[in-house]
Design a protein around this ligand. Structure first.
Ligand code: NAD
Length: 797
C-alpha cells in the first residue's frame, strides 16, 4: 500500500516553497532542496562564512522557508508548521531522497534542466517512491525519455497552481508508462490529503488549464488592441461581470508576471503545428515590448497597472497602450455593465451583459466566442471530457463557470447560431449534438447530474465524500424550510441545518429554524450537522436588524432577539443527540456562537473564525462569552490553580476581535477543543461532519449537561480592566474600545462576585445580555454598526 509519510521538494522558488508549505500544512515532513550558491553574499563574507559552510550551501532553501513565514496571504496554516520543512541542497543531500515517499521536481521551466535533474534523482531513487514534476506545460513523456521503465511507472505530472495553499486545482498528468494504480493513488491523495480539486490531463502542451486559460488571455489582448479598448475597460468587462475574479485580465497578468505569461504562451507556440493555432499563441508586440522594458507586473512594481505614491497619497495608474504612458485609472460604467452588476448569479450576469448590445457586450462576446470554440475543438486532444476542462478553468483560474457551463448559460443552440451567422466554424461534434436534439452539455435531472460524453449524456461520477446540499434539496430531501435556513436529510439518519440568508447573517428566521431542527432531530434523527454551502459559513448576527431596533430605542425587541439567540444555542447544546458544526471561510461573531454548542467542530482548513463583536461596538451575547468562560473553567478544574491567565487570554482575543487565519489557527486563539478537527478538502466537510455524528452516536452518545462555571470575579475583572486602562493610556485603543473592554471584562469575570464563585450558565448569559443591551444604547456603537453595514469594515471610533 502506498503511503506518503515524507516528501522532498526540489526547487525552492515561488512554487517549490509553496508546495512544501502545503505539504507541511497537512502534516507531511518535507525536505526542500535547491542548488548550492556559487557566490557569497556580503553579509556572509562579513560573518566569516565560506562557500563550504552549510548555512551558505543551504541558503536558497533556508531563505525560502524564512520567506514563507512573511508571505501574505500566508502559505502556511500556522507559522509553526514551517518547522516541518528541512532545508538542504542538491549536492550534500541527494542521498536523502532515498528516504522519502514522494519527490516533486519544481525547478526552472526548462526541459534539459528537468531531464538532468531527473536522471540524478533516478540514481538514488528507490522502488516505490513516486516522482512528479510541477511543470506548467513541458511534456511529461519527454522528461523521462531516457529513464528506466520502472522509473517511468512511478513518474507523472502534478501541476499545482499558484499559490498552492489557496488555488484548488492540481492537474495530474500520467506519462505513457505511468502505473494506473499510482495515477489513481495520486488523484485520491491530492483530493483527500491535500484538499485539492484534481483534474486528470493528457500530456499535451500546457495541459488543460494553461492551454485554454492562456488562449483566453491572448484573445482578450488581441480584442483590446483591435477594438481600441483601454486596460480599465477590459478589466471592467472581464471581471465579476463575466463571472471571473475581480483581478480580471490585467491585474491577473500583473500578478502572474508578464515574463512568465509569455514563457507559458511560447511553450504552446513552439509545440503546436497547426499554423492558425500557432499564430494564436504568438505573443502580441505589446507584451514583448513591456517585457523588454521590464514592465512585467507586480514583482517589478509596474505592468498594466502601477501604484504611485505621492504627497497626495497612493494612486493606481493604468497603462495607456497607445501612448505607453501611465495615467490615472478611470472608473468604467455603462448600461450593460450596470445590468450585469444588478443581475443575480453568473448565468444572470452573462445574459445581462451579452444581451445589452453595446461596445462592452461586444467585447464580452468577442472574447467568449473564440474560447468556447477553442475548448470544443481541443476537447479530445487535451482531456477525457468536458468536465475536466470546466473544472480546470474554475479551479485554476477562479472562473465561476467553465467554458461548457458558460455555453449552457448563454444558450447553446442560440449562441451557435450566432457564431455561424458571424462566419465561425463550429466543431462537428457540437453541431451533431445540437442536431440530435440537445440544447446543453449538462443536464440536471432532479438533483442527478449528467454531462456530455461521446454523443450521449453520462451521469457525473461522484464520491461518497461529496455531499451536495443543493442536489439533496433538488431530490426533495428538505425536512423543514424557512427564508433563512433549512433542515435537510443528508442520509443515514443525519440531518443538516443549513443557513441561506443573505451573507448567512443570523436573524429570527435562522434562530427559529435552529429550535425547530433541535425538535425534529430529537424525535426523528440520529444527530445534526450544522453546515452550509454559502461563500462563508456566517458573517455574524443580522446587524441591520439590531441597528434599526437600537436606533428606535426598541430595547424590548433587542432583548427579545438576544434571548431568542441564547435560548436557541442552549437548546442546541442540550439536545440529546450529537451535534457537529462544520464552519468554513468567514465564521464571525454569531457564526462562531452557532458552532460553540456543538459536541464537535470540524473546521475547514480555510476557516477565518473569531468573535469580532467589538468591531461593531458590542460583546458576544449569544453565549460566546459564557462558552469561553466555561471552557476555561473546565480546563482548570483544580480550584488551587489560577484561572486568571486563561481568562486574560480570552479577554485579549475577544476584545481585540482576533480572527484565525486558518482552521488550525483557531487553536492559537483558544477556540479549538481537544475533540475538534480540521478537514483539508472543503468539499468533504459535510461528509466528515456527518461521519463524526455517526461515530459519536455509535459510541453511546452522552448529552452535554449544564455545569457550574468557576469565575475570576471582581479581582479578575480589575486585572482585565487595568489592562484596558493601560492600553488606553498608551493611546492604543479609543475611549469607546475601553468601554467595550470594561463590559467584556465584567462578563468574562462573572460580574461582581468573589473570585472562585461557581455560577450557572444562565447567570453568565444574563450578564452577556445586560452588557450587550447597554452597549446598543451607545451612539458610538451605533456608528460602528452603521459603518460596518455601509463600508464592510470596522470603525475604530
Ligand atoms: P522560480 O524561479 O521561482 O524557482 C525555481 C527554483 O528552482 C529556484 O529556487 C532555483 O534556484 C531552482 N533551480 C533552478 N534551476 C535548478 C536546477 N537545475 N536544479 C535545481 N534547482 C534549480 O520558479 P517557479 O515559479 O517556482 O517555477 C518552478 C516550476 O513550477 C516551473 O516548472 C514552473 O513552470 C512551474 N509552475 C510555476 C507556476 C507559477 O505561477 N510560478 C505555476 C505552476 C507551475
Amino acid at each position: 500500500m502506498t503511503i506518503i509519510r515524507k516528501a522532498a521538494v526540489i526547487g525552492s522558488g515561488v512554487m517549490g516553497s509553496g508546495i512544501a508549505a502545503h505539504l507541511a500544512n497537512v502534516g507531511i515532513p518535507v525536505l526542500l532542496l535547491d542548488i548550492v550558491p556559487s557566490q557569497l553574499l556580503t553579509q556572509e563574507t562579513a560573518a566569516g562564512l565560506t562557500l563550504d559552510h552549510p548555512k551558505v550551501r543551504n541558503r536558497f532553501a533556508d531563505q525560502a522557508i524564512d520567506k514563507l513565514k512573511k508571505t501574505n496571504p500566508a502559505p502556511l496554516y500556522s507559522e509553526d508548521f514551517a518547522a516541518r520543512i528541512t532545508a538542504g541542497n542538491l549536492e550534500d543531500d541527494v542521498s536523502k531522497l532515498a528516504g522519502v515517499d514522494w519527490i516533486i521536481e519544481v525547478i526552472v521551466e526548462n526541459l534539459q534542466a528537468k531531464q538532468q535533474l531527473i536522471s540524478r534523482i533516478e540514481k538514488v531513487w528507490k522502488q516505490g517512491t513516486i516522482v512528479s514534476s510541477n511543470t506548467s506545460g513541458i511534456s511529461i513523456n519527454a522528461m523521462v525519455e531516457s529513464a528506466s521503465d520502472e522509473f517511468k511507472r512511478h513518474f507523472l505530472g502534478t501541476h499545482f497552481f499558484n499559490p498552492p495553499r489557496y488555488m484548488k486545482l492540481v492537474e495530474v498528468i500520467p506519462n505513457e508508462a505511468t502505473d494506473p494504480a499510482i495515477v489513481a493513488f495520486m488523484k485520491d491523495f491530492c483530493a483527500k490529503k491535500l484538499g485539492k480539486g484534481v483534474v486528470q490531463a493528457k500530456d499535451t502542451p500546457n495541459f488543460i488549464g494553461n492551454r485554454i486559460g492562456t488562449y483566453g488571455l491572448l484573445v482578450t489582448l488581441r480584442e483590446m488592441i483591435a477594438g481600441g479598448y483601454s486596460v480599465e475597460e477590459v478589466d471592467a468587462v472581464t471581471g465579476p461581470a463575466m463571472g471571473r475574479p475581480k483581478s480580471a485580465t490585467f491585474r491577473t497578468l500583473d500578478l502572474v508576471g508578464l515574463d512568465t505569461f509569455v514563457h507559458v504562451a511560447n511553450n504552446v507556440f513552439d509545440l503546436v503545428t497547426d499554423p492558425e493555432e500557432k499564430d494564436m499563441f504568438r505573443s502580441p508586440e505589446l507584451l514583448k515590448l513591456m517585457v523588454e522594458k521590464g514592465w512585467i507586473g507586480e514583482k517589478r512594481g509596474q505592468g498594466f497597472y502601477k501604484k504611485v505614491t505621492s504627497d497626495a497619497g497612493k494612486e493606481i495608474q493604468s497603462l495607456n497602450i497607445a501612448t505607453m504612458e501611465y495615467g490615472v485609472s478611470r472608473k468604467i460604467s455603462s448600461a450593460s455593465l450596470e445590468a450585469a452588476k444588478q443581475a443575480k448569479g453568473t448565468v444572470g450576469k452573462l445574459k445581462a451583459l451579452l444581451g445589452a448590445k453595446d461596445r462592452y457586450s461586444d467585447l464580452a462576446w468577442n472574447i467568449l466566442k473564440p474560447v468556447l470554440l477553442y475548448s470544443a475543438e481541443k476537447l479530445d486532444e487535451i482531456a477525457d471530457s468536458i468536465v475536466e476542462i470546466d473544472h480546470a478553468l474554475k479551479w485554476g483560474f477562479n472562473w465561476d463557470l467553465g467554458p461548457f457551463e458558460t455555453w449552457d448559460a448563454i444558450g447553446l443552440k442560440r449562441s451557435v447560431e450566432r457564431m455561424e451567422s458571424e462566419g465561425s466554424t463550429v466543431p462537428a461534434w457540437v453541431k451533431a449534438w445540437i442536431d440530435s436534439g440537445h440544447d446543453s452539455f449538462y443536464e440536471n435531472r432532479g438533483g442527478q447530474h449528467f454531462y456530455y460524453l461521446k454523443n450521449e449524456f453520462k451521469g457525473i461520477e461522484t464520491r461518497p465524500e461529496l455531499i451536495s446540499l443543493q442536489s439533496l434539496k433538488q431530490q426533495n430531501k428538505v425536512i423543514r424550510w424557512n427564508s433563512g435556513a433549512s433542515l435537510i436529510d443528508i442520509g443515514d439518519g443525519v440531518a443538516c441545518l443549513e443557513f441561506h440568508s443573505p451573507n448567512n447573517a443570523i436573524g429570527a428566521d435562522i434562530l427559529t429554524m435552529i429550535q425547530q431542527s433541535a425538535d425534529e432531530v430529537r424525535s426523528n434523527y440520529r444527530g445534526l450537522v450544522v453546515a452550509n454551502e454559502g461563500k462563508n459559513f456566517c458573517v455574524g448576527a443580522n446587524v441591520m436588524l439590531l441597528l434599526m431596533e437600537a436606533q428606535d430605542g426598541e430595547w424590548d425587541e433587542v432583548d427579545g432577539i438576544i434571548r431568542l439567540f441564547q435560548n436557541s444555542m442552549m437548546k442546541l447544546k442540550s439536545l440529546d443527540k450529537p451535534v457537529v458544526a462544520a464552519p468554513h471561510k468567514m465564521t464571525l461573531g454569531g457564526g462562531v456562537e452557532a458552532c460553540m454548542p456543538a459536541d464537535q467542530t470540524i473546521f475547514s482548513a480555510e476557516t477565518y473564525y473569531g468573535l469580532v463583536e467589538a468591531g461593531v461596538g458590542l460583546i458576544p451575547a449569544g453565549g460566546g462569552c459564557k462558552e469561553l468562560a466555561l471552557r476555561a473553567s473546565q480546563a482548570v478544574r483544580d480550584p488551587e490553580v489560577d484561572l486568571q491567565p486563561w481568562i486574560n487570554a480570552i479577554f485579549e482575543t475577544v476584545a481585540m476581535a482576533k480572527v484565525s487565519t486558518s482552521g488550525h489557527d483557531t487553536k492559537r486563539l483558544g477556540y479549538m477543543r481537544a475533540q475538534d478537527r480540521v478537514v483539508v478538502n472543503p468539499d468533504h466537510r459535510i461528509y466528515e461532519a456527518k461521519q463524526a455524528v455517526l461515530r459519536l452516536e455509535a459510541s453511546g452518545y452522552t448529552p452535554q449537561v449544564q455545569e457550574k462555571i468557576r469565575v475570576v470575579g471582581e479581582n479578575g475583572k480589575a486585572v482585565m480592566q487595568i489592562a484596558a486602562y493601560t492600553m488606553r493610556q498608551g493611546g492604543y485603543i479609543s475611549e469607546h474600545d475601553q468601554l467595550i473592554a470594561n463590559k467584556l471584562a465584567h462578563v468574562l469575570a462573572g460580574g461582581n462576585v468573589p473570585a472562585g464563585t461557581m455560577v450557572t450558565e444562565q447567570y453568565m448569559l444574563d450578564l452577556e445580555r445586560e452588557a450587550f443591551l447597554s452597549l446598543c444604547g451607545e451612539i458610538k456603537t451605533q456608528q460602528r454598526m452603521q459603518y460596518m453595514l455601509s463600508k464592510g469594515k470596522a470603525l475604530r471610533n
